[in-house]
Write a protein that binds this ligand. Structure first.
Ligand code: FAD
Ligand code: NAP
Ligand code: SF4
Length: 676
């Protein structure tokens, strides 16, 4: 490693005694959905191989159950039979072509298992799962510990360098270690010594089975962030016992899945939780891994240089860019496609039992299916619109060898991402635009900004193909008073910076309605102020009580009175992202935003907005009515080009505006680029 590298801590090897990791980067465990797909292990092997080739020091696979009851879902993946070994060998042999080690994560879901045979320390149902677990008998406990050991033996046979035992995020081992679920009165419940027995016995059994030269990572819940979570003293007692039981490394776990504190969403400050790993460093001597919202080499380097941990775990950043480490090592971090923490294509998919991918990198988990092969005969291609669709198409197409000319009528690239990035908590969206700017330069794409190109101009240039990525136009409503000066579009707020009054009604509670409500409610973003963010969400950095929760969150209320309205009778925000919708709703609740479903809009007049709800008329005396009522495709150029028999394609919002998001826009662009 080059000693003058700005990432010298990150790129320093880690000697574990019996083996050495090439650097301090761990690719954290992610379930991709490929585990359960037909031929999924071939695709998984290609997925992990790309990350190994990209220089990751240590990979941890997605969670795999040591037995049938511990499966996350009825058909969830299991490593318990000899015949499972061969398919895992595909992964380990692909990864071991490079100087990368790989551990399989053993995860028993406990009461988070989405099937009727779930088990836990006690019969206590989770609010986020409809199935009530049965309480494990002592016999079941002992056989489950044996199952962990047996799985580990199989992992060793499959060529893994180690295992990670999942003891956090509210899964089975965590359900034993905390009184939140563990109500037992036998030797497996009660005192911390009893509650951690399951974890400690598991580590001992695993170590005994595989000998000294095998990595055992224990993922320890250092912050439970739930009522009935452990105290700091309990966590330390457990860490020491885990170390003594034979773990090689301890990884940091933050928050149960049912915690009401965001832990990885984009609005969480970067590296927000590494302080807890730093605190643990004073208590144990084996190397510690820290995690959560670390998404650039600079942040990771700082964490290590400041002594917060010995290794850094990043998971989603490796969906976004498999070459993260390689680019950092080549001092090209500006070329990294940064994970923006949106969860839209990764976690949201997994929770809906769909294959994971990445909003900014649609190749993730599609390594064997989506290719950008070099072209034999380059074409001249015009792309109109430099929003996410046009940018992605231009870059992938130029990468193949075509000549691309990109037009946008705006004076900067980015399309609607320029509005998204202004919303408090969405600052990461800047990174995607930085990445695309770099790629446009790198692939020598001709860019014409401030150019509202006409169909005739495109025809005159004689392009071989024309791709229209012209996006959307906000929907106009047939509402009495729609032309009243009180009525504004979300573009007037975010693009034109119109001054907005203190009383506001927002028509439309989709993604943009929520974002506008947040923009108008939050005086300043907390994403760059980790301490204020912790207080706002009720996290106690002094760890005075169980689960590190403050008795009461210190939330700032908005000065504005905001009404967020929708016609549907369903809960406002029901259509937002599976793993992030609750955060948006909670943020608005903290700001006293009135969220009203079942609204009929009557009229905008000098007094405000007249609506009816459940047949009852109400006048909302507001200064402004902001329209966030969806969008329609912008296709002004399309018909002329079709009539002139040009080879014309529509992508992104220009193609279908309904339910459009950047994930669909970028994937559609990539798929067209792979074919054109
Ligand atoms: P656009 O981004 O609309 O880009 C179209 C481009 O075409 C524009 O730059 C425009 O100037 C240009 N153009 C149009 N006509 C012409 C012409 N004749 N000549 C030259 N140029 C032209 N999506 C998500 O997935 N996640 C989010 O969290 C998210 N948050 C959002 C928050 C806000 C506030 C907004 C407004 C949108 C958000 N979106 C989000 C939606 C996302 O930004 C869009 O789905 C995405 O930008 C659509 O991409 P596009 O390339 O199809 O169109
Ligand atoms: P949207 O999510 O489709 O929401 C449109 C809203 O307008 C709905 O609440 C709808 O609810 C209402 N509406 C539709 N037609 C109407 C009409 N004729 N009169 C009155 N109300 C009407 O669209 P969006 O908010 O414009 O967002 C665009 C896209 O950007 C979305 O698809 C979203 O995926 C993406 N986005 C995502 C995020 C994110 O965080 N993931 C954030 C912002 C944007 P009713 O019909 O019930 O009134
Ligand atoms: Fe990151 Fe969003 Fe990609 Fe998930 S989908 S890896 S959160 S950028």
């Amino acid at each position: 490693m080059n000693q003058s590298s700005p990432y010298k801590h990150l790129l320093t090897p880690l000697d574990l005694g019996f083996t050495t990791l090439a650097n301090r980067v761990l690719m954290g465990s992610m379930h991709t959905g490929l585990e359960e797909e037909k031929d999924g292990f071939d695709k998984l092997a290609a997925f992990y191989e790309a990350r190994a080739k990209g220089g990751v020091g240590l990979i941890v696979t997605g969670g795999i159950s040591p037995n049938i009851r511990g499966r996350l879902a009825p058909l969830g993946c299991e490593l318990s039979k000899f015949w499972h070994v061969n398919k895992h060998k595909k992964i380990t042999s692909a990864v071991h072509k490079y100087d990368t080690k790989i551990c399989v994560q053993l995860l028993h879901a406990g009461r988070y298992a989405y099937h009727p045979f779930s088990v836990s320390s006690s019969k206590v149902k989770s609010a986020i799962n409809p199935f009530t677990p049965s309480a494990m008998s002592v016999r079941q406990i002992k056989s489950t510990i044996k199952d962990f050991a047996h799985s580990t033996k199989l992992a060793q046979k499959a060529g893994y360098d180690g295992v990670e035992i999942m003891g956090s995020e509210g899964y089975l081992i965590n359900q034993f270690s905390c009184i939140r679920v563990n109500k037992r009165t036998d030797e497996w419940g009660g005192s911390i010594e009893n509650r951690m027995r399951f974890a400690v016995e598991t580590v001992k059994a695993v170590r005994e089975k595989v000998g000294k030269a095998f990595i055992i990572i224990f993922r320890l819940s250092m912050l439970d962030l739930v009522e009935g979570g452990n105290s700091w003293e309990d966590v330390v007692t457990m860490a020491k016992a885990i170390e003594a039981a034979g773990a090689t490394l301890i990884n940091t776990g933050i928050g149960w899945h049912e915690a009401r504190v965001p832990t990885i969403a984009t609005s969480v400050p970067r590296a927000a939780f590494t302080w807890i790993t730093q605190r643990m460093k004073q208590e144990v001597s084996i190397p510690l891994i820290t995690t959560n919202r670390i998404n650039t080499p600079e942040v990771a380097e700082d964490v290590l240089a400041n002594g917060h941990a010995d290794m850094v775990s990043m998971a989603r950043p490796f969906l976004a860019d498999p070459e993260f480490v390689q680019k950092a090592a080549a001092n090209q971090s500006n070329q990294i496609n940064t994970c923006i923490g949106c969860n839209q294509a990764c976690l949201d998919h997994v929770f809906k039992q769909k294959r994971a991918s990445c909003l900014v990198n649609p190749v993730a988990c599609y390594e064997t299916e989506l290719h950008f092969n070099n072209v034999v005969k380059p074409k001249n291609i015009a792309v109109v619109g430099a929003g996410p669709a046009g940018l992605a198409f231009s870059v992938y197409t130029a990468q193949r060898g075509h000549n691309v000319t990109l037009f946008d009528k705006a004076n900067e690239i980015g399309g609607q991402f320029n509005f998204a990035k202004q919303v408090p908590g969405k600052e990461e969206f800047y990174e995607t635009l930085r990445y695309f700017n770099e790629q446009l330069k790198r692939h020598e794409i001709t860019i014409n900004l401030s150019t509202e190109v006409s169909a005739q101009a495109l025809l005159d240039e004689g392009f071989d193909e024309v791709v229209l990525a012209t996006g959307i136009i906000p929907r106009k409503l047939a509402l009495k008073g729609f032309e009243h000066p009180k009525v504004k579009s979300y573009l007037n707020v975010l693009r034109d910076k119109d001054v907005i009054g203190n009383k506001v009604a927002i028509i439309g509670a989709g993604g943009i309605g929520f974002d506008i409500a947040c923009y108008l409610a939050e005086e300043k973003s907390l994403t760059n102020d980790a301490d204020a963010w912790m207080k706002n969400w009720g996290v106690d950095k002094n760890y005075q009580g169980a689960g590190a929760l403050l008795p009461k969150a210190e939330s700032h209320k908005s000065e504005r009175e905001i009404y967020l309205l929708q016609r549907k009778e369903t809960k406002v925000g029901a259509g937002l992202g599976k793993t992030t919708g609750w955060i948006h709703r909670a943020t608005l609740q903290k700001n006293n935003v009135h969220m009203i479903p079942g609204v009929t809009y009557k009229e905008v007049n000098d007094k405000g907005l007249l609506i009816s709800v459940n047949g009852e008329e109400k006048l909302l005396e507001v200064d402004h009515v902001i329209i966030c009522a969806g969008q329609q495709p912008e296709r002004t150029l399309y018909q002329t080009l079709v009539d002139a028999q040009a080879n014309v394609h529509l992508i992104g919002g220009a193609n279908v505006a309904a339910e459009l998001d950047a994930k669909r826009a970028i994937r559609q662009a990539a798929e067209l680029a792979s074919l054109i």
